[in-house]
Design a protein around this ligand. Structure first.
Ligand SMILES: CCCCCCCCCC/C=C\CC(=O)SCCNC(=O)CCNC(=O)[C@H](O)C(C)(C)COP(=O)(O)OP(=O)(O)OC[C@H]1O[C@@H](n2cnc3c(N)ncnc32)[C@H](O)[C@@H]1OP(=O)(O)O
Length: 281
């Protein structure tokens, strides 16, 4: 702990906060003293799956960064193979009602916090970004990805209906016909394919380069008035966030009904068994 803090200071970075779970720091926030840009690192082994605590940690970290007058947020991962594997599927399997409600509300709030952040946001995608991993990257304003990884929302492949706000995440970066085809096919894109359709903005050859490209993007707003920028962004994005801003309870109800249905639970069982069996072969 002390050694890593010393290293952060040597790099001219301040450690703003750590969101702790019982056994590890779920998120790490470092602010570059020179640029004022905060790097928010997802740090939930093994694959940054988003359970209730992880999404709460992400939301709290983003709010803390906004409150500390940082100039922008770069979202990345401490795992050099996986940016995020999306929702923690164990949260959806035979869920206890109270926890499921808290979990889904946290997903809604985490997404709104990122999508409507007052600050410029960028994702340094240094590993696979699947399902909600892709949704988080798409909620940022800019995406830089390393080669050799995959990104996409493959929900329909394993029997999940894609909720409207997740559709909207895609719609804010991709043209409608591309979104329709990608979601209906459950398409997972390689880095090259993602660049071709503009799901990502740039490719970088290392995490450092990705962080630097994200920082340059955030720096491009240096001349913009932060309040005018934030309010304009909110106006531009409000339409896609409307369902969750106006009717979160209705979206929650619809999702809970679907998640607890035998149809969903059966396909989840089969999918989880397939995922686990991969490691037993
Ligand atoms: C209108 C009605 C609305 C209804 C709405 C309801 C439906 C909502 C659905 C919305 C859509 C999507 C939401 C999601 O995000 S679902 C999550 C989907 N994610 C995945 O399918 C990712 C699966 N994981 C992988 O493909 C790979 O793990 C990886 C990310 C490519 C990494 O590969 P790896 O070889 O490095 O690691 P691996 O050995 O596979 O995994 C390590 C252990 O982690 C477990 N694990 C992986 N991903 C998850 C996950 N998402 N949740 C829980 N657990 C996960 C994996 O099983 C390994 O465990 P173990 O070591 O074998 O025990």
């Amino acid at each position: 702990m002390l050694r890593s803090q010393t290293k952060l200071f040597a790099l001219g970075k301040r450690q703003l906060c750590r969101s702790m779970s019982k056994s590890c720091d779920l998120t790490l926030v470092e602010v570059d003293d020179k640029t004022g840009i905060a790097t928010l690192t997802m740090n939930k082994p093994p694959v940054n799956s988003c359970n209730l605590e992880m999404m709460r940690a992400l939301k709290d970290s983003m709010k803390q960064i906004e409150g500390n007058k940082s100039r922008g947020i770069i979202l990345t991962s401490s795992n050099n193979k996986v940016f995020s594997s999306g929702l923690d599927l164990n949260e959806l399997r035979n869920p206890e009602q109270e926890r499921l409600v808290a979990f889904w509300k946290e997903l809604q709030e985490m997404w709104l916090t990122l999508y409507l952040s007052n600050l410029p946001t960028a994702a340094a995608i240094n590993g696979h970004a699947l399902a909600v991993g892709c949704v988080m990257a798409s909620a940022c304003e800019y995406r830089v990805m390393l080669p050799g990884f995959t990104i996409g929302i493959h929900a329909t492949k394993f029997g999940y209906v894609v909720p409207p706000f997740i559709v909207n995440s895609y719609l804010s970066v991709l043209p409608r016909p591309v979104v329709e085809r990608a979601l209906l096919q459950g398409k997972i894109f390689s880095t090259d394919e993602a660049q071709q359709i503009n799901l990502i903005d740039e490719v970088a050859n290392s995490k450092e380069e990705a962080l630097s490209k994200c920082a340059s993007f955030i720096g491009s707003f240096a001349e913009a008035n932060p309040v005018a920028r934030a309010l304009t962004k909110r106006q531009l994005r409000a339409e896609f966030a409307r369902t969750l801003l106006d009717e979160p309870e209705a979206e929650l109800k619809e999702s809970l009904e679907y998640i607890t249905s035998p149809l969903f639970q059966d396909s989840l069982d089969a999918y989880l068994a397939k995922l686990k069996s991969k490691n037993k072969k």
